[in-house]
Design a protein around this ligand. Structure first.
Ligand code: PLP
Length: 421
């Protein structure tokens, strides 16, 4: 469900016609819907309401969309944040997320980043290795603080998603091996700067089947019992994110948040912990589109090349993950034709779709890449010396630029010549 609909033959974001945004801000530009963001938070919260002890914490995975206006919208809707860097921590706190509702994840936290999290008083660090336990304890002790932690365990389940977004297999850089977990907990409990409070798991992203998640949660439940038997007070269980969203029309739909909630209820019955969740994509993917203009249409050997002004530097997912994004004309004629949709970047990988049945478009027409709110703008770069793509947030009939398009001169002029040139 989203709030991008045709009205009078023109695609709108809520009550704003997309051509109005293209005229005001230029293209390419990301456009987000406040109503869709709020709706997704509500649907997810409803799906897990009443599960576990107390109110579940829903910590938005900031890496999916770190724009401050998006984070502020989610903070107002009651979300916390799952961050993986000092930069994301800064963004979450400045967007109004409560420190106690912030979880710090990631395999490579530096001592500086740990100190930032401790100074801010964040709720939990998710620890991914024994050396990281030692470092966090040392940093916390030096500051006269105690860090609340969970250990991210690797449940060794196959998530059945794209290899580049699968994180729960044995030979993966994430988490501590399931069999090694009890020893890691014993070590953590012996360190002065740490307070062990939970178990964390996250097996991958864009999961379209609940079975791997349920298997992972089953293993977490067994581990909680083992750890309690060894004297650890496990009061929190962080179940990660990963629920998939529909990208391609006509494909089987991923499980709904309600299906997911019912599975979590089954899997966590009797755990006696507060539950924490880290959804990213589920909250923002369908709340955003990438709006782009057709530069020209070039004849190809079998199908035309529609060359648009968005490129792989603006939306990397198709070239990184072979991802599908639905691509629609903003003012469709009703006619379709097989076409190749490509960007201007000098890489064959700068291809969004090949031989796809596509709305007929001509030079200067607008197109929308749907379901682009997650892992879109956040992965944008300036490759080919292209300006960083801007972002717009819509609410009802209002819209605002929430990240500007910096002038290309600012990028180029940041380079410096050494004294000998
Ligand atoms: C990326 C990530 C998430 C969010 O994943 P989604 O598929 O976007 O829900 C949650 N937790 C951790 C630790 C992550 O790395």
């Amino acid at each position: 469900m989203d709030n991008f609909d045709l009205r009078g033959g023109v695609l709108h974001a809520e009550d704003v016609a997309l051509p109005a945004i293209a005229d005001a801000v230029g293209t390419p530009v990301y456009v987000y819907s406040t109503a869709t963001l709020e709706r997704h938070v509500r649907v997810f919260r409803d799906a897990i309401a009443g599960l576990g002890n107390g109110d579940p914490l829903v910590a938005f995975a900031v890496k999916a969309n770190p724009n401050r206006a998006v984070l502020a919208t989610l903070a107002r809707a009651g979300m916390g944040a799952d961050v993986v860097s000092g930069g994301e921590l800064y963004r979450a706190l400045h967007a109004g997320m409560r420190p106690a509702d912030v979880v710090f994840s990631g395999v490579g936290k530096t001592a500086d980043e740990m100190a930032q999290g401790l100074s801010a008083g964040i709720g939990q660090f998710n620890i991914e290795s024994e050396p990281e336990l030692d470092m966090l304890s040392a940093v916390a002790s030096a500051m006269g603080k105690v860090a609340q932690i969970a250990i991210r365990v690797n449940p060794d389940v196959i998530a059945g998603t794209h290899a580049k977004i699968s994180t729960g297999g044995k030979e993966n850089k994430f988490g501590i091996g399931y069999d090694a977990a009890p020893a890691a907990y014993a070590h953590a409990a012996s360190l002065p700067g740490l307070k062990v409070r939970g178990v964390a798991v996250h097996i991958g992203s864009q999961l379209t089947d609940l079975a791997p998640l349920e298997a992972a949660f089953g293993r977490v439940g067994a581990l909680i019992a083992t750890l309690r038997g060894q004297g650890h007070a496990i009061t929190h269980a962080d179940l990660g994110g990963g629920l998939g969203v529909p990208y391609e029309p006509g494909k089987p739909l991923p499980p709904t948040p309600a299906d997911y909630g019912a599975m979590v209820a089954r899997a966590t019955a009797g755990w006696d912990t507060r539950l924490m969740f880290e959804p990213g994509r589920l909250i923002v993917a369908n709340a955003g589109i990438l709006l782009s203009r057709v530069i020209r249409v070039k004849q190809g050997a079998s199908a035309p090349f529609v060359i648009v002004d968005a490129a792989m530097n603006d939306l990397l997912r198709p070239s990184l993950y072979d991802a599908w994004h639905d691509i629609r004309a903003v003012a469709p004629t009703g006619e379709t034709v097989p076409a190749n949709i490509v960007g201007p970047v000098c890489e064959t990988g700068d291809t969004f779709a090949l031989g796809r049945a596509m709305d007929v478009v001509a030079a200067d027409d607008l197109v929308a890449f749907m379901t682009a709110g997650a892992y879109g703008a956040t992965m944008a770069s300036t490759y080919n010396s292209r300006a960083l793509v801007p972002e717009v947030l819509v609410s009802g009939d209002a819209f605002a630029v929430v990240r500007e398009r910096p002038p290309i001169e600012a990028l180029a002029d940041a380079d410096r010549l050494p004294p000998w040139l």
